[in-house]
Each structure stands twice: as C-alpha cells, then as structure tokens.
Design a protein around this ligand. Structure first.
Ligand code: 13P
Ligand code: SF4
Length: 306
C-alpha cells in the first residue's frame, strides 16, 4: 500500500511538472491531498495564489466555487477540478435569478457576496468577500444598506462589528451549524486552559462563547502565534490535519467530530492524477459572466486580508 501511494504521488508530481501545473488545496481537504499541495490555504489565500501564479495549469482541490474563482481570475489558464460533484450546498442557496428579484425589492442596497457563491451570483454583486475579510470589506463601503448573500451567520457576525445596516439572506453552512453552544461549555470544562477558535459560519450563540472568530487561514496563523498549548477548533475537521502537522507540540480538539463537509472529501490523489493525465474536467466561466464577476472579486482582492 505504502509503495502504491508513493508511486501515485510520484506520478502526480512528475506530471505536474510536465504540465507546468500548480496544486492549490483548501484547508479542509484530505491529508493526503494537502501533502502534495504547492499551497494549502483558505478561500482568500487560494484566490490570491491563483491570481499571482505563473503556472499554465491550476489543479484545484476544494469545492466548485473556489475553482470558479480561480477561472474568473485566470482566464488564460486551464483550471482542472478533479471532481465536478464537489459543490458547496451553501453556495447553492442563492441563484442569480433570486438575487436579481431581491435587488428589485431593495433598489438602494449594495450587494456583498460571500465567495461561497457561483460566478453568476458574483456577477450580480457589487463586491465579494471571504471569511478572512468580510468585516473589512463591509466597512470599506460607502453604503447605508447592504444585502449580504448567502450566509446569514457570517452576515450576522459582520453586523455585530459595523454600524451599517445589513440585510441577511437565509443561507447557511450545513456542517457548521451542527456545532452547539453546549459543545463549547462541555469542552471548556474538560480543557480549562484551552483557547476556543470558531469559524464565522457558526451560529451567533456559538460565536458568543468563542475566544477567536477566524477564517481557516486565520486559525492556522493563530495556532502558531498563540502561547496556548491546547486549542479547541470549531470548524470542519479536515483542518485538524494541518494544525497538528504544523504544531506538533500542541493539542487540537475538534469542537464537534460531526462537522464534516462531504463535498470537500471528494477529491483524492487518484482523481488528481486522472485529471492531470486527461486534462479534464475543466472549470471555465463564460466571458460575459467572468468579466462582471471579476470586478467584484478584484475589489475584494484590493482590500486584502482583514
Ligand atoms: P475559509 O475561507 O475560511 O477557508 O472558509 C471556506 C469555507 O468553505 C468554510 O466553510
Ligand atoms: Fe460549503 Fe460549508 Fe462545505 Fe464550506 S464547509 S464548502 S461552506 S458546505
């Protein structure tokens, strides 16, 4: 088995070189996928990397909207996405058609879309944001009324950090809302010295009990910088692999073992190899939509990390 895996990885890495490809991997991906990445990060870090890479091919290991964002930023590159079924259920909770209808009802509102949206929805939005910069993006706007799509919980969290009026959309992340406030109280009793960090896709009740509210990239940075040796982690469990690998002396406790995003687990080294061999499946955003979506993503990238 060991030998088979080593052979598989060697094939991926040599084909990667031949194709002039870069492998971009989200923090929730399987450990074996993270291990062969050129870059592992959060949605913002992945977009920043896609925008600046000089590779000809991007092998994107995450969910569909992330690969689409890479295609929006790099139309001249081939964006390979090893499993087209890896969608994000939250992103599917807003469509361009429903957003257009809502905009008619709210003619004065500025539309901020979470990066967890389709390219069509981004094209209908004024500016994009990720969990790493949502507050900074909203604060940068000269707008009284903001329609925030689709995550009601991230939108609510932002509303607690700004005076601007935020109108929420009823979307949510199915894995993150499984985390309950009782999970924090129980684990704080068990690990009284531990710091609790949660993702802003969690419910307001969970966020209220946390020490830190961070994007997945923010969690990785915080884990390295904090003096705490025990960290309770309120996000998808895939991140625990990276946290343990980068901080062997620290203890990481998942807030709930049930926070699993099955879509994030669809990409495997085998599928990455097939994708590099066949140069398919490819994510490509039609030019008309891409240009409008890019305007929203570029504005966000100018703002950077929050
Ligand atoms: P990050 O941008 O914080 O990595 O979050 C992406 C995501 O899908 C969280 O569920
Ligand atoms: Fe979407 Fe939630 Fe999965 Fe992130 S964890 S990709 S928001 S369903």
């Amino acid at each position: 088995m060991e030998n088979r895996n080593a052979e598989l990885i060697e094939k991926i890495l040599s084909l990667k070189q031949r194709r002039k490809a870069v492998i971009l991997v989200h923090n929730y991906q399987l450990g074996e996928v993270q291990d062969i990445a050129d870059f592992v990060g959060d949605s913002l870090g992945l977009s920043q990397n896609a925008a600046k890479t000089d590779a000809e091919v991007i092998v994107f290991c995450g969910v569909h909207f992330m690969a689409e964002t890479a295609s929006i930023l790099c139309p001249e590159k081939t964006v390979l996405f090893p499993d087209m079924d890896a969608g994000c259920p939250m992103a599917d909770m807003v469509t361009a058609e429903r957003l257009r209808q809502r905009k008619k009802e709210l003619p004065g509102a500025t539309v901020v879309c979470y990066v967890n949206t389709s390219a069509e929805v981004k094209a209908e939005s004024d500016i994009c944001c990720t969990s790493a910069n949502a507050v900074k993006v909203v604060e940068s706007l000269d707008a009284k009324e903001i329609l925030f799509v689709p995550d009601q919980y991230l939108g609510h969290y932002v509303s607690t950090k700004t005076d601007k009026k935020i109108i929420l959309w009823p979307g949510f992340c199915p894995p993150h809302i499984r985390i309950q406030p009782q999970d924090i109280t129980r684990l704080r009793r068990e690990y009284p010295q531990a710091k609790v960090m949660v993702h802003p896709e969690c419910s307001p009740e969970v966020i209220a009990l946390a020490d830190e509210v961070l994007s997945t990239g923010g969690m990785c940075r915080f884990a390295q910088q904090t003096e705490a040796n025990e960290l309770i982690v309120g996000t998808e469990v895939g991140i625990i692999y990276r946290l343990r690998k980068e901080n062997p002396g620290k203890k990481f406790i998942p807030l709930s073992e049930q926070v699993i995003c099955p879509h994030m687990k669809l990409i495997t080294p085998e599928k990455m190899l097939w994708s590099l061999e066949e140069m398919t499946p490819e994510v490509k955003v039609p030019e008309e939509i891409r240009l409008k979506a890019k305007a929203a993503v570029d504005k966000m990238l100018e703002i950077g990390r929050g």
